[in-house]
Design a protein around this ligand. Structure first.
Ligand SMILES: Nc1ncnc2c1ncn2[C@@H]1O[C@H](COP(=O)(O)OP(=O)(O)OP(=O)(O)O)[C@@H](O)[C@H]1O
Length: 885
């Protein structure tokens, strides 16, 4: 049996004499889920792990022995036990491998990410070829395709395809030889790369391959000794633990050093065989768990490793210089010592706060993982994190050995999953069942996926990726440790942004927009454009980029979402910027259909691909892809970033650090940054700079969207009454202006551009059937008056209410949450408040959401809700007064 709980008090450790001599033991008081406190005695080497514990940390001890002592039940470890510190903290296998080399190396890798260099790219290609060979693909075909796929990266590295192919071929011959040997045996079962997650040990990783139930790790380096390297064994042992949890007993591991087969026998001495097997003892597996415990405990306590924890020799370390620079800049203790001056105090403090916030975000990702096994399938579905009960349709092997899988939704479900997403596709359970990482190619009633292995899919789960978190850390590190000093003076308020005086008039019918373009183009450091709803942000962006291009500058156009990038790019093209100078960087599924023509292909001839990117005067990409290996090698005169108020500070740096100057465009009165944990990351750089440097900002104050009645409340509540209709036409627009629509066909209570419809709350928290019925009626009414369904949108605070309404209204009426409506508009918007009694839920917690909701319509806004509930809050009470007028 297992014992799990939270440490309530200090751990007492002592040495006792037993029949086998002296033994260490530690007694840990644990509060279990049922609130009972028990003591668990951990014996021997496990005391190393218990010494890391602090009250409040979680502990899991497996296979304990129970006995009674003075009427009290006590537990102690047995020979089969594992002691796991903070089991819900999921440590990555590669982190454990780095940690065993040197704990500080683990930390440095977190900060600096994976750079673009030849060994890294070659290593990736060799791994891909390995996977292909395991799936039975022809070697040459695989090498051709995989090297071809990396055209752009190889171009940036100045590598030609033929030498890379030759290099990969040499490494691949080791793989082929090993596979040939494997085929000699009868039951040679193997499979390629597999994502493994352990809920018991708190470890996760992707094994390169599994053969006969045992892990195989590929290393592109050489090893001339008989035995695998220790750190490599540790890595394979992690996978063995993960496999054991899935029910396989693992007694060997294999390391494949592919470079060994490229070496000349007469030039090297030693063991040139690439494949080195070793036996997996229980001692090694336990050691690995203890290493993992060190990482989990260190992360939970928030400390930074110094390198003194291990006995690695700094003089042999490739990272020694980096280590000393980081220690010097961040004023950290380290075994290697420090070089250079520490950052100013305010920067150190800022780095520290954001570092912790990013780590909190990582923990939130881990909690998402834990939900994979803590929640039932139904709970996951209700949370929009899974599509369940799918009917498996069929599987088809694709060229190259991958699989296309099809499944059908038995009932309509909503979820956060979108086309292009990586998901956990399983035959029932994402961790305990057969599961694969798959990509959603099409998401309709029938779902099409591609994956490495043919899983009979019946369930899809959101894959909680740490990639974003990793990139935030790298961006923070680069901005503060490597960033330009003038830039940092601006970011920390030690200098004020400067502007080149420009005489030109860029926009002659809107003074604020003209000032915004003047600031954007003339900025020597940065400019901030505050754009309320419909105030012409996109228009201003297009004018600014046009003017920058005319001055011969290279521009990075970025935004938080693909949608905003494409939208701005479209405006830039409409503005008349030469399409041949534009490149859109993004994945096929991310980029909008009509922008695919501008999308940069990565595959192909390195020189050609490189030229396409380097020669582009406008490069458009999301801020997430600005953090990619390829984009981080680019440099620009200006970075112009839309939706900046929705970006975290490090998320913004990913783009701004690529350019000499930057322009942020956004509205901090609309949706804030998308973060999981409520931390310092929730304040965008945009918002921070608007406050720090008000003179660098301009607010666009004329809106081109809403009838005057509709905009009045938002203007007063959120824009200090500064927002006004751009023209009389905008101010007085009504449904009558639309072809085939007549307001006289509407009932009296819908004649005004803003109306309120009272529906008594039904007491349910996340849904309201009566409101949904009423909204269905309203839509029929509007349709009778001549509106097209596409002209109407419905906004609800909860996904459950979105589904409730969707089930009652025609599918061409868009029904969604506020977050998915940001940036779009409709002729008529109906808002379902779903409020009963106390106001709860995302829409009510943050007034910026209601600002977004109320500013989506052009000509008609209908608020549907329970008057009494809404009146209990002063802001909503004012909203009702405005609607009633
Ligand atoms: N100076 C201008 N003169 C004429 N039309 C303009 C001007 N500025 C904006 N518009 C028009 O107003 C409409 C809204 O502008 P735009 O799409 O740029 O707004 P936005 O601020 O990007 O909107 P959102 O808040 O949805 O992001 C567009 O049709 C645009 O062409």
């Amino acid at each position: 049996m297992n014992v799990r709980g939270t440490v309530t008090d200090d751990v007492t450790a002592r040495t006792v004499s037993t029949g086998h001599g002296e033994s260490q033991l530690a007694e840990v008081p644990l509060r279990q889920d049922d609130d009972s406190v028990v003591t668990v005695t951990c014996w021997g080497k496990w005391t190393e792990s218990t010494s890391l514990l602090e009250p409040g940390m979680d502990l899991l001890v497996t296979d304990v022995e129970e006995d009674e002592f003075n009427g009290e039940v006590r537990y102690s470890t047995t020979g089969a036990s594992y002691v796991v510190v903070e089991p819900s903290f999921l440590v990555n296998v590669t982190a454990i491998r780095n940690w065993v080399e040197c704990p500080r190396l683990y930390y440095l890798n977190k900060l600096s990410g994976v750079p673009l260099n030849y060994p890294v790219v070659k290593g990736t290609i060799v791994h891909e070829v390995f996977g292909d060979l395991l799936r039975g693909r022809d070697l040459e075909a695989s090498i051709d395709e995989r090297v071809g796929d990396r055209g752009l990266e190889l171009g940036l590295l100045g590598e030609g395809p033929s030498s890379v192919k030759e290099d990969v071929r040499k490494n691949a011959s080791a793989i082929e030889g090993w596979l040939e040997q494997g085929r000699l045996t009868e039951d040679d079962e193997w499979r390629s790369e597999q994502l493994l997650i352990s809920e018991t040990f708190g470890i996760r990783g992707r094994a390169d391959a599994i053969r006969r139930g045992a892990p195989v790790e590929l290393k592109t380096g050489k090893n001339l000794r008989k035995e695998p390297r220790f750190k490599d064994k540790v890595q394979a042992a992690c996978y063995a633990l993960l496999l054991e949890e899935h029910g396989d007993s693992v007694d060997t591991g294999t390391l494949l050093y592919t470079k060994n087969s490229a070496l000349e026998r007469n030039e090297e001495t030693g063991d040139l065989t690439p494949a080195k097997d070793f036996s997996m003892g229980a001692g090694l597996l336990k050691y690995v768990v203890r290493l993992r415990n060190e990482i989990a405990a260190m992360e939970m306590s928030g400390s930074i490793p110094t390198g003194k924890e291990a006995d690695a020799k700094c003089e042999y370390c490739f990272e020694r210089d980096t280590c000393m620079v980081v220690s010097g800049r961040l004023d950290q203790e380290s075994k290697a010592g420090q070089i250079g001056q520490p950052l100013p105090d305010e920067e150190l403090e800022h780095f520290d706060r954001l570092y912790r916030a990013i780590e909190d975000e990582r923990r939130a990702v881990h909690r998402e993982y834990a939900k994979l096994w803590e929640q039932s399938a139904e709970e996951r579905a209700d949370d929009d994190r899974a599509l369940i009960d799918l009917e498996f349709v069929d599987k088809r092997e694709l060229e190259g050995g991958r699989w296309e899988l099809r499944a059908r939704q038995r009932r309509p479900g909503t979820s956060k999953l979108r086309e292009g997403d990586l998901v956990l596709a399983s035959d029932g359970h994402p961790v305990r069942g057969e599961a694969e990482l798959a990509r959603i190619e099409r998401l309709e009633d029938e779902i099409v996926l591609t994956a490495d292995e043919p899983v009979e899919v019946s369930r899809l789960d959101v894959y909680p990726s740490e990639l974003t978190t990793d990139r935030l850390l790298t961006a923070l590190h680069d901005a503060l440790l490597k960033g330009d000093s003038r830039r940092k003076d601006i970011l920390f308020g030690r200098a004020t942004p400067e502007f080149e005086p420009l005489e030109e008039t860029f926009i002659d019918n809107n003074a604020a927009q003209n000032e915004a373009v003047t600031k954007a183009v003339g900025a020597r450091d940065c400019a901030l454009i505050h754009g309320p709803p419909g105030a012409g942000k996109t228009y201003t962006i297009a004018q600014s980029i046009g003017a920058m291009i005319d001055r011969g500058e290279r521009v990075l156009l970025s935004a938080f979402t693909n949608r905003a990038v494409d939208n701005a790019l479209e405006a830039v093209i409409d503005h008349g910027v030469d399409p041949d100078t534009i490149v859109r960087v993004g994945s096929e599924s991310g980029v909008r259909e009509d922008m695919q023509g501008y999308r940069l292909e990565w595959a192909g001839n390195p020189e050609t691909r490189l030229a396409e990117l380097q020669d582009a005067q406008v490069v458009a990409a999301t801020t997430a892809s600005c953090g990619s290996r390829v984009m981080s090698e680019q440099s620009f005169d200006v970075a112009l970033i839309d939706e900046a108020a929705q970006l975290t500070e490090p998320g913004t740096y990913a783009a701004t650090e690529l350019a000499d100057r930057f322009v942020l465009v956004g509205d901090h009165e609309q949706l804030p940054p998308v973060v999981r944990a409520d931390t310092d990351l929730s304040t965008s750089l945009f918002e921070r700079l608007v406050e720090l440097h008000p003179d660098a900002g301009v607010m666009l104050d004329r809106q081109y969207r809403m009838n005057q009645r509709i905009q009045a409340f938002s203007s007063r509540e959120f824009y200090e009454g500064q927002l006004r209709p751009a023209s009389g036409e905008v101010a007085s627009r009504t449904l009558d202006d639309l072809e085939g629509v007549s307001r006289t066909a509407l009932p009296d209570d819908l004649l005004d551009p803003v109306s309120f419809v009272h529906v008594e709350g039904d007491g349910e928290r996340y849904t309201d059937d009566d409101e949904a019925d009423r909204i269905a009626d309203l839509i029929t009414t509007y349709e009778r008056a001549g509106l097209e369904r596409e002209q109407i949108g419905v906004i609800a605070p909860f996904r459950a209410q979105v589904s409730t309404i969707s089930n009652r209204v025609p599918s061409d009426v868009t029904v969604d949450t506020v977050d998915r409506f940001q940036g779009s508009s409709k002729e008529v918007i109906i808002i379902s408040f779903t409020a009963t009694g106390a106001l709860e839920g995302p829409i009510f917690e943050d007034y910026r959401r209601i600002n977004v909701a109320l500013t989506r319509p052009k000509r008609g806004l209908v608020l549907v809700g329970d008057r009494n509930a809404l009146e209990s809050d002063p802001t909503y009470s004012r909203m009702l007064e405005w609607a009633d007028r």
